[in-house]
Design a binder for this molecule. Structure first.
Ligand code: SAH
Ligand code: SF4
Ligand code: F3S
Length: 482
């Protein structure tokens, strides 16, 4: 039985590296390189499950694989371009290895994920070495597509869009991320925020049934997972069926489906930690805060991307909330009984963003006091509404704004992190820290990275750690006990 583990201390946009693997000689071998968000990480697990079912074996390096899939992201221009440079590296493999005694042919290269869905056949033109294009709804077609290549077709593509609630479901044993597991609750997005490509790459919104979600979670807990992360582009608009859920006290008309799902998971999944991402500020409500206050295993962390602090820009972005609406949701979170961390995403340089608009973004960041913030320069995306507007904020201005925003967030974060000094936190130990032998890393329930010295035997366990120092993006501590 082969295993492949992912390093979990990844950031959005980084690719996930397999760290261990064992494979036998005979079987065909595959490697999947993952870009983008958690949905893609989870899709990689799904594709790996399908390929393993075909008898393929997973390996830890593209160099050892007969089939390399690039699981791609298109949310900004940079990750999109990365795909083509990676195809270049991979196709050169055959040529490079001619110097070596055993000549290794170039692998079959496939592109899956968001670029595959959006660019479709164009990929074959731009990168003729790509043989397979697998859209975001087509992972289950991998056997068919590979079969076409095997029987001599030069290329194979499937970019169909599923209309009804059709999900590729995997067994708990197919999850590959150590310690924490991702579960899809809702796929796609119907919001069409003016800047965003995701509705084009992930299709229309569709929710999984609550019973299936709960059963998957229970199976994962049985396998020893402590933490479950519920995934969706907009989890708050979850609308799945509650058929087969027996607890009638939970399923009530006066509660939103997402709130019912959270309570169901808190009460019956058995998971020590439940997190969810991403929330949309328009759909986030006080009931969510109330249920988080009620159940300790609902982790005290909300990722609530504002995108801008200016009501005028939010209107142009079609986000359907104002600065004041956003701040009222934040106030509800801050009024909770528990200390709930808030993180977010922010875009600078949206077409038409003035200095005054940008100042409002800075003041919002100061007012909210984010525990973490992903900050991006606006990047025009094909087919989006915003791409039809002139990208009229100069590149230098975007860069300046990004730096100023990063400076303000760094100040905010420093003072937010200081409140942890001397506190004891629970850390789910995910692996060794990037620097230093004997140094471990993991996340708190409020999703902060904590690094501390302890033996490697603690990896995969929960540890109690006392925070002794802070760095710009993490907390440092001493082990109290496991
Ligand atoms: N569903 C999530 C976002 C998914 S994309 C949500 O609604 O919040 C992740 C983040 O990428 C977004 O929150 C946004 O901040 C950023 N992003 C999306 N499109 C972008 C673009 N065209 N340019 C720059 N940043 C973008
Ligand atoms: Fe994109 Fe908006 Fe949907 Fe998020 S809610 S995925 S930003 S369209
Ligand atoms: Fe990227 Fe697609 Fe996720 S565009 S951010 S991988 S949904």
């Amino acid at each position: 039985m082969e295993t492949m583990l992912y390093q979990l201390n990844f950031k959005r946009g980084q690719h996930i590296k397999p760290v261990t693997t064992v494979a036998t000689e005979a079987a065909r071998k595959f490697f999947i390189e993952t870009y983008g968000c958690q949905m893609n990480v989870h899709d990689t697990e799904k594709a790996a499950a399908v390929l393993s079912g075909m008898g393929y074996q997973q390996v830890a390096a593209a160099d050892d694989a007969d089939l390399v899939l690039l699981n791609t992201c298109m949310v900004r221009e940079k990750p999109q371009q990365k795909v083509y440079s990676r195809v270049g590296d991979l196709k050169n493999r055959g040529r490079r290895s001619k110097k070596k005694p055993s000549v290794k042919p170039a692998p079959i290269i496939g592109v899956m994920g968001c670029v595959a869905q959006a660019e479709a056949e164009k990929i074959f033109k731009k990168a003729p070495d790509v043989k397979l294009v697998i859209g975001t709804h087509s992972i289950s077609s991998l056997p068919e597509l590979i079969g076409q290549i095997d029987s001599g077709f030069p290329r194979a593509i499937d970019i169909r869009q599923t209309k009804e609630a059709e999900f590729l479901e995997i067994a708990p044993s197919d999850h590959q991320t150590p310690n924490l597991a991702f579960i899809t609750i809702i796929e796609g997005c119907d919001n069409f925020c003016s800047f965003c490509i995701v509705p084009f790459t992930r299709g229309r919104e569709r929710s999984r049934s609550a019973k299936r979600i709960l059963e998957e979670a229970q199976g994962l807990v049985e396998r020893g997972y402590y933490e479950i992360q519920l995934l969706g582009q907009n989890v708050n608009s979850y609308r799945g069926s509650f058929e087969g859920i027996e607890d009638a006290t939970l399923v009530r008309a006066d509660k939103s489906a997402f709130v019912i799902l959270l309570e169901l998971m808190a009460k019956y999944s058995g998971a020590a930690r439940i997190k969810y991402t991403t929330s949309h500020p328009r759909d986030f409500n006080e009931q969510i805060v109330e249920v988080m206050d009620q159940y300790n295993n609902l982790c005290p962390w909300v990722h609530l991307p504002a995108q801008s602090g200016s009501t005028r820009v939010l209107g142009l972005m079609r986000r359907e909330y104002t600065r004041e609406d956003y701040l009222s949701k934040v106030a509800a979170i801050k009024n909770a009984k528990r200390d709930i961390s808030i993180t977010g995403d922010m875009i600078v340089g949206y077409p038409g963003e003035t200095d005054a608009d940008f100042e409002e973004t800075l003041s919002l960041v100061r007012e909210v006091e984010y525990d973490g913030l992903y900050m991006f320069k606006y990047s025009p995306r094909p087919n989006t509404h915003a791409a039809k507007r002139k990208d009229n904020v100069a590149e230098e201005v975007k860069s300046e704004r990004l730096i100023r925003l990063q400076e303000v967030q760094a100040e905010v974060q420093k003072s937010r992190f200081a409140r942890y000094l001397g506190r004891e936190v629970e850390v789910l130990v995910e692996g060794t820290a990037a620097k230093g032998e004997g140094s471990l890393t993991g996340h708190t329930p409020c999703n902060k990275v904590v690094n501390f010295a302890a033996p490697n035997s603690l990896i995969g366990k929960l540890a109690r750690v006392k925070i002794t120092a802070t760095t710009p993006n993490s907390l440092l501590g001493e082990l109290i006990n496991a």
